[in-house]
Write a protein that binds this ligand. Structure first.
Ligand SMILES: Cc1cc2nc3c(=O)[nH]c(=O)nc-3n(C[C@H](O)[C@H](O)[C@H](O)COP(=O)(O)OP(=O)(O)OC[C@H]3O[C@@H](n4cnc5c(N)ncnc54)[C@H](O)[C@@H]3O)c2cc1C
Length: 473
């Protein structure tokens, strides 16, 4: 009892102590009703950021077209159904309880019931199936007193390992506990991930008990996340243009020397690199990631309930989402193209490590598998990279950025993508009058250089009656 009271007090202490450093984007206010002229906005990319921007803009009465290079929407949290009816997902996604912006979006589009809540503890599996638990409500072993100081005053570009060891943490706990967390957050280990990234997450967890509660979608994103968002957008008049990869951003300069986007036709014009905000984007490096989906004829779960794991009528084992410090990450990361071939042509290669980690898979057969390779997934959350993330507003007045890599209070995540979309939309609405006025000037600019091909889109054409803005999401 005394022990429990102690934990309770400790938790209250943390909440109080860390509330002030909690990211402001955790509880953003509802946007003010837009009263300016209606704008016509082109959005490049139908990932969460692009779709979040679209939803916000449509809700404010603007007109939206989304151009997506792939045949399916959702980006990194997307999925599609292949010819045999298999759902191919870009990667497993977990939703933290602090994803207020994403939950708000899901509620808007009627998808809030599509999430299953997992037990509050995070489970780790060690080699041989030995299961350990970590309860982030009381992040045991983290030198928490140092988090506030770091986030408020210290901008040192150091790795989480350096920070943790300087606070008296041990190498052993980095390897056994924090490396799996770092891999889960940024696909890199504690020696490479920035202290800022990890501590931002801890500060979120400490702000609200539910922040560390995990949820997962009931099924694949196309049915339970991107699908409902798409329906909402289309019902509000938004249009999706799939297989429409944007290759070029067309721009011009007004007589007073300002640069404006005149259309969209890869992407950032090389000359824009003279501007620091655009040049910095090139300093953000993507981490390659391979997702291997294995389907067994039973549930691979270390719940130790054989009966549950051998029936196929209902899902078993959600609460058994497992991180592990013992997986051979080299197997998955060293050479993407090799691993793809190896896994596709030699399923036998991946089965032994799985059996070693998850003994419950012994006796089950792999009935289907897929490999999805993303060359540039999240940007590498390395020490000192944070300042290179661009704001949603750019020096080009009618060109905005959205995306989980842009500046917002979260790390590169679904929540970050959604929030970036809200921020981009707010900037556009703030500039509504100015953008509208600009649209009246721009036809003159167009006459300087007419559109060269029908696949180029120009938002300056005379038949475009409204304001214009482009979003790269
Ligand atoms: C394997 C994996 C697991 C993950 N797990 C989690 C998790 O558990 N929890 C979590 O919160 N986050 C997770 N993430 C991160 C999360 O998925 C991303 O941060 C988020 O989805 C990014 O959204 P976005 O809209 O910013 O970018 P994207 O999803 O990358 O969307 C960009 C879109 O733009 C399109 N596009 C690109 N170039 C062009 C062009 N020239 N013309 C037209 N279209 C173009 C792309 O096809 C894509 O659809 C994970 C990511 C990966 C890869």
């Amino acid at each position: 009892m005394e022990y429990r009271q102690g934990i309770f007090n400790f938790n209250r202490y943390l909440e109080k102590k860390l509330y002030n450093v909690a990211p402001k984007g955790l509880f953003p206010p509802e946007p003010k009703r837009y009263k300016g002229p209606k704008l016509k906005v082109a959005i490049i990319g139908a990932g969460l950021a692009g779709m979040s921007t679209a939803v916000e803009l449509l809700d404010q009465g603007h007109e939206v077209d989304i151009y997506e290079s792939r045949t399916f929407i959702g980006g990194k949290v997307g999925s599609f159904v292949d010819r045999r009816g298999n759902h191919i997902e870009m990667g497993l996604h977990v939703f933290f309880g602090c994803y207020n912006n994403l939950f708000r979006l899901m509620k808007k589009v009627g998808a809030e019931k599509n999430l299953l809540v997992k037990d509050h503890t995070h489970t780790f599996v060690n080699e041989g199936g030995e299961v350990g638990e970590l309860d982030f409500r009381f992040p045991v072993g983290a030198p928490l007193h140092g988090i506030q100081a770091f986030l408020t005053t210290n901008q040192l570009p150091i790795s989480f390992s350096d920070w943790f060891l300087s606070k008296g943490g041990t190498r052993a706990s980095i390897q056994r506990m924090w490396d799996p967390v770092a891999y889960a957050l940024g696909f890199i280990d504690c020696d490479n991930i920035s202290a800022r990234c990890m501590l931002t997450i801890f500060s979120l967890f400490a702000t609200k008990t539910e922040a560390s509660l995990l949820r997962m979608l009931k099924g694949s994103p196309d049915a339970y996340l991107s699908g409902p968002i798409r329906k909402y957008i289309e019902e509000k008049g938004g249009r999706f243009h799939l297989r429409w990869g944007c290759r070029k951003i067309l721009y011009d300069q007004s007589p007073d020397g300002e640069t404006y986007v005149t259309g969209i036709a890869m992407l950032l014009p090389a000359e824009w690199r003279d501007l620091e905000i655009f040049n910095n984007i090139y300093k953000l490096e993507g981490v390659p990631v391979v997702t291997v989906q294995l389907r067994y004829n039973g549930w691979v779960t270390e719940l130790r309930d054989l009966q549950q794991s051998r029936q196929l009528n209902q899902a078993a084992g959600l609460d058994n989402l497992l991180y592990t410090p013992d997986a051979d990450f080299f197997l998955f990361c060293r050479s993407c193209s090799n691993i793809t071939r190896r896994l596709l042509h030699c399923r036998a290669r991946v089965t032994p490590p799985v059996v070693k980690l998850f003994p419950s898979s012994r006796g089950l057969d792999v009935v289907w598998s897929s490999v999805v390779k993303i060359g540039q997934s999240l940007y590498r959350e390395a020490p000192g990279k944070d300042p290179f993330r661009p704001d949603q507003k750019t020096p080009v007045k009618n060109f905005f950025l959205a995306g989980s890599y842009t500046k917002q209070d979260y790390i590169d995540s679904m929540e970050g993508a959604t929030l970036s979309g809200r921020q981009a939309s707010a900037y556009i609405c703030d500039a509504g009058e100015e953008l509208f006025t600009l649209s009246e000037k721009l036809p003159t600019l167009e006459s300087l250089e007419p559109s060269k091909s029908s696949s180029e889109l120009r938002y300056t054409s005379p038949e475009s009656p409204k304001g214009l803005a482009g979003i790269m999401a």
